[in-house]
Design a protein around this ligand. Structure first.
Ligand SMILES: Cc1cc2nc3c(=O)[nH]c(=O)nc-3n(C[C@H](O)[C@H](O)[C@H](O)COP(=O)(O)OP(=O)(O)OC[C@H]3O[C@@H](n4cnc5c(N)ncnc54)[C@H](O)[C@@H]3O)c2cc1C
Length: 414
C-alpha cells in the first residue's frame, strides 16, 4: 500500500485505508472487516495503529464541536485535531487544561495513548475525558460516561475497543499564559531540588542532550497573573532574551510565542504553532514515564548512558504528569516524570540502544509511551499495568470477534 506514519519510519501493512464520511459508512466498513483499526493523524512511531486488514481514517468523520456550558464540557468528533478544537474553544471563551507539544494530533488518537503535556498538577490529555462514544466490533454505538463501569479502562484504549467517534472533554473558562525560556540550568539544581524546579510554573519542560555541563533549556509556561512570577534567574539559569527552538538547528518560527508575551492558552500551551507544519520525516521518538519517586535515579541512570545515546539523539525533554486512575495510563496510580527522546531517524541505531536504556528504566517502573518506539525485550511492560487483565476482558466485551486485535495488542495482552 505504501502508506506511512507522520515520521515516515513505519509503513502500514494494511491492505488499504478507507476514509468514511459518516458513522453509518464507518459501521458498514467495521462489520464487513475481520481485521480493522482506527487511524488518527498518524503521529505514532510504531505499529500500534496498524492492522493486516483495513485502516479506517477518522479524518473525514463528522467533527463539529458542541459546547455545553452547564456541564462545562465540549463534545467533538474523535478525528478532530487539538489545534482546531483549541481555536474553536478559545473563540467561544473556553479552554482545555493542557495540550501536548504538537497541536496537530487527533483527539481520539492522543487519548488512546495517554498523550500528555507537562505540569506537576496536570493530568495527561486523557484525564479531561468525561465521555466517549465508541463503535464496537459488532457495529453498536456505546456511550460511556465518567463513573460508568469500564470507563476508566476505555479511555486510554489503544484502539482496542473500537472506533471512538465522539469524545466529551472537560473545559474551563479561557485563560492566558506566557512562556519563558531559561538557559543553563545546573544539573545540581535538577537533582537536588527537583520538586521545586518542576513545580515553579504551570508547566515546566527541561531540554538536554545529557552531555552538556548544564540542562540547556528550562521551558516554562506560566499562567498570566501567577501569584509568584518567576524572576530572570531560575535556579541559576538565565532568562533568554531571544526566542529559541529546543533543537538549535531548527526554525524558531515553528514554536509558539515566547519571551513572556502573554497570550491565550491555545497559542501558548503547545510548544509548536498549529499554523506551521513541523518538519517531518526527520525524527523518531521514545519516552518513558517514571514514577516520580524514582525520577532522580532515572535521570542519573540516563546521564550515565549519555555516551551511548548521544550519537543518535537530537534532544531529550523531561516533563511531569499528575497521577490518574485510567487503567492503561502511563500515570496510572502515580505521579510520573516523562523522559523523552527525540532521535535522528536511524531506526536500526535507535532499536540497538533502546535495550540498554530500558534495562536502566523499566526496572524502576518506567512505562513506555504507547505511541512511541520501545522494544521491551524482556516483556516487562505488561507487569507495569495492574489492570491489564481487566483491560483485556473489557476489550473482548466491546470487540468479541477481535476485529481490532493487531500484533501490537497480541504482544501486550498475550
Ligand atoms: C512531532 C510529535 C510530537 C509529539 N508530541 C507529544 C507530546 O507532547 N506528548 C505526548 O504524550 N505524545 C506526543 N506525541 C505522540 C502522539 O501524541 C501519540 O502518538 C498520539 O497517539 C498520536 O495521535 P494520532 O491521532 O496521530 O494517532 P495514530 O498514530 O493515528 O494512532 C494511535 C493509536 O490511536 C488509535 N486511534 C486513533 N484514532 C482513534 C479513534 N478515533 N478511536 C479509537 N482509536 C483511535 C489508533 O488505532 C492507534 O492505536 C508526539 C508525536 C509527534 C509525531
Amino acid at each position: 500500500m505504501g502508506e506511512k506514519n507522520w515520521a515516515g519510519n513505519y509503513e502500514y501493512t494494511a491492505e488499504r485505508i478507507a476514509r468514511p464520511r459518516s458513522v453509518d459508512e464507518l459501521r458498514d466498513l467495521v462489520v464487513a472487516s475481520s481485521s480493522v483499526r482506527a487511524l488518527g493523524s498518524r503521529h505514532s512511531f510504531n505499529d500500534l495503529a496498524d492492522t493486516p486488514g483495513l485502516l479506517v481514517s477518522t479524518a473525514d468523520l463528522p467533527g463539529s464541536a458542541r459546547i455545553d456550558e452547564a456541564s462545562r464540557t465540549v463534545t467533538v468528533g474523535g478525528g478532530v485535531r487539538y489545534g482546531d478544537l483549541a481555536r474553536e474553544l478559545q473563540d467561544a471563551g473556553w479552554a482545555l487544561h493542557n495540550l501536548a507539544s504538537l497541536p496537530h494530533i487527533s483527539v481520539a488518537g492522543a487519548i488512546a495513548t495517554a498523550t500528555h503535556g507537562s505540569g506537576d498538577r496536570n493530568g495527561n490529555l486523557a484525564t479531561a475525558v468525561a465521555g466517549l462514544r465508541i463503535l464496537g466490533g459488532s457495529g453498536e454505538l456505546v456511550d460511556l460516561r465518567r463513573g460508568d463501569d469500564g470507563f476508566d479502562g476505555a479511555v486510554v484504549g489503544l484502539g482496542a475497543l473500537g472506533v471512538v467517534t465522539e469524545v466529551t472533554l472537560d473545559i474551563r473558562p479561557t485563560y492566558d499564559a506566557r512562556q519563558r525560556l531559561f538557559a543553563g540550568l545546573p544539573w545540581e539544581a535538577v537533582l537536588s531540588r527537583f520538586d521545586e524546579v518542576t513545580s515553579a510554573a504551570y508547566s515546566v519542560s527541561l531540554f538536554t542532550t545529557w552531555q552538556e555541563e548544564t540542562v540547556s533549556l528550562a521551558w516554562l509556561k506560566e499562567l498570566a497573573g501567577a501569584e509568584t512570577p518567576i524572576e530572570d534567574d531560575f535556579f541559576g539559569a538565565r532568562a533568554l532574551t531571544e526566542a529559541r527552538h529546543m533543537i538549535p538547528t531548527m526554525d524558531v518560527r515553528n514554536t509558539t510565542e515566547q519571551l513572556g508575551v502573554v497570550g491565550p492558552w491555545s497559542e501558548r500551551l503547545a510548544h509548536f504553532r498549529f499554523a506551521f507544519t513541523p518538519s517531518n520525516g526527520e525524527e523518531i521518538q521514545s519516552e518513558y514515564l517514571v514514577p516520580r519517586a524514582r525520577a532522580v535515579e532515572a535521570i542519573e541512570a540516563v546521564s550515565g548512558l549519555a555516551p551511548v545515546i548521544a550519537p543518535l539523539l537530537q534532544v531529550s525533554e523531561i516533563r511531569t504528569v499528575a497521577a490518574d486512575d485510567l487503567w492503561l495510563s502511563s500515570a496510572y496510580g502515580t505521579d510520573v516524570v516523562g523522559l523523552h527522546f527525540t532521535w535522528f531517524r536511524d531506526q536500526a541505531g535507535v532499536e540497538a540502544v533502546l535495550p540498554q536504556l530500558e534495562a536502566a528504566l523499566l526496572p524502576l517502573g518506567a512505562r513506555p509511551h504507547w505511541g512511541k518506539l520501545y522494544v521491551d525485550r524482556d516483556r516487562l511492560v505488561p507487569s507495569l499495568y495492574p489492570r491489564l487483565a481487566d483491560f483485556a476482558a473489557l476489550a473482548s466485551r466491546f470487540d468479541p470477534a477481535a476485529r481490532f486485535r493487531n500484533p501490537f495488542l497480541t504482544r501486550l495482552l498475550g
